[in-house]
Design a protein around this ligand. Structure first.
Ligand code: ADP
Ligand code: MG
Length: 348
């Protein structure tokens, strides 16, 4: 009888110890910390798993995003970009390393894409007023007039001096298609530096996944339904441990006139919103800056040219969604995309 009681006590003790250890693991282990802010013209959400230093780490990340915004925004008066634009045709402008690096990368993508990706699109962006309160469809003459200033080959970089010069008066640059990617990479870099292993960064469709979920599973990134009007719902899922998933589409920013949709991604060869048969594109890449530049590029190029380009680039994948709800993927994504909406048809 005594022996039985001892065994019972032992079992209870082991059970209690188990409960206690589990409790410890829960309080001492990483916790989830989140932050939502509006920056770079979009909602930014950062989710990290770490100890009680979480809020400080998040503050550091947010400060960095604001710093980047202050340097690269086209609407902030004394940003590097505004100073470059107001000195077009006048003189080279000294910029922060951040800005220089992003412009340099943008020009690389302009070369790779043969000018499909072109940050000197700004005069066209401004003409259409896409980012303003009063967007409108310009006349053909107005478009031709502004199109003269769109040419990335007239951006002159001086690596030693860290200056940027726009050769022609009337030119302007806009880093809207690439700056968020850079900012997301910078946030990821800071989080890593601070010892964060698991994190998910979402800057308005510019996602960076770090270290998989805390439970060891990959992050599941939703591909947004391009026609879900306001509501957030996904039509497919991409699983990623580490890397970036960035989407571009005609649903992000647009206005309608006479029943026609005019969106914010322009074809530099026409001066009109890109009309390549796509509603959206998503690019998967190790770095967000590449995914960002390429999602815009593939969107303008369309299925054939866009995916052909992506297939040539090492470690980069993409999908493209056409108006008739077909999903085309690059070679590396075959068999990996999880389509969750029956209306969308995955192409072999
Ligand atoms: P989002 O800003 O919705 O994430 P993108 O990354 O595709 O989408 O960037 C679109 C922005 O990039 C536009 O608002 C405009 O400022 C700029 N842009 C538009 N067309 C081009 C282009 N062909 N090349 C480079 N930048 C562009
Ligand atoms: Mg982009």
């Amino acid at each position: 009888m005594k022996r039985y009681q001892r065994i019972r006590a032992l079992i209870i003790a082991i059970f209690l110890l188990g409960v206690a250890l589990q409790g410890c693991a829960r309080t001492a282990g990483p916790q989830e910390y989140r932050k939502d802010i509006f920056a770079l013209n979009t909602w930014v959400n950062i989710r990290i798993y770490t100890g009680k230093e979480g809020p400080d780490i998040l503050d550091k990340a947010i400060k960095r995003i604001e710093e980047i915004e202050n340097r690269m925004s086209v609407t902030i008066q004394d940003s590097d970009v505004s100073r470059i634009n107001s000195n077009a045709g006048k003189q080279p402008v000294k910029v922060h390393d951040d800005t220089f690096e992003v412009i340099k990368k943008a020009l690389e993508y302009a070369e790779i894409s043969n000018g499909v990706f072109d940050i000197t699109i700004y005069p066209i962006v401004k003409l259409w007023g896409i980012t303003s309160e009063h967007p409108r469809v310009p006349t053909e003459a107005e478009i031709q007039d502004k199109l003269r200033f769109v040419d990335y080959r007239n951006v002159v970089l001086n690596e030693a001096e860290k200056t940027v010069y726009l050769k022609e008066p009337g030119m302007g640059i806009d880093l809207g298609a690439i700056a968020k990617g850079y900012a997301a990479d910078e946030v990821a870099r800071i989080l890593k530096e601070e010892g964060v292993v698991h994190a998910l960064i979402n800057m308005g469709g510019n996602v960076v996944a770090m270290g998989g979920k805390p439970n060891g599973q990959p992050w599941r990134i939703g591909v947004q339904d391009p026609r879900a009007e306001g509501a957030r719902r996904h039509i497919a899922i991409i699983e990623v441990m580490d890397g970036s998933v960035v989407s571009s589409g005609d649903y992000e920013r647009y206005f309608e006139e006479a029943g026609k949709r005019y969106h914010h991604i322009f074809d530099p060869s026409t001066g009109y919103p890109a009309n390549s048969g796509l509603m959206a594109t998503t690019v998967v890449a190790p770095n967000s800056i590449d995914a960002d530049a390429l999602s815009t590029t593939v969107f303008v190029m369309g299925v054939e040219r866009g995916l052909e380009l992506v297939d040539k680039l090492e470690g980069i994948d993409a999908l493209a969604i056409t108006f008739d709800k077909k999903i085309y993927t690059s070679k590396g994504l075959k068999g990996k995309l999880i389509v969750t909406d029956k209306e969308y048809e995955l192409q072999p």
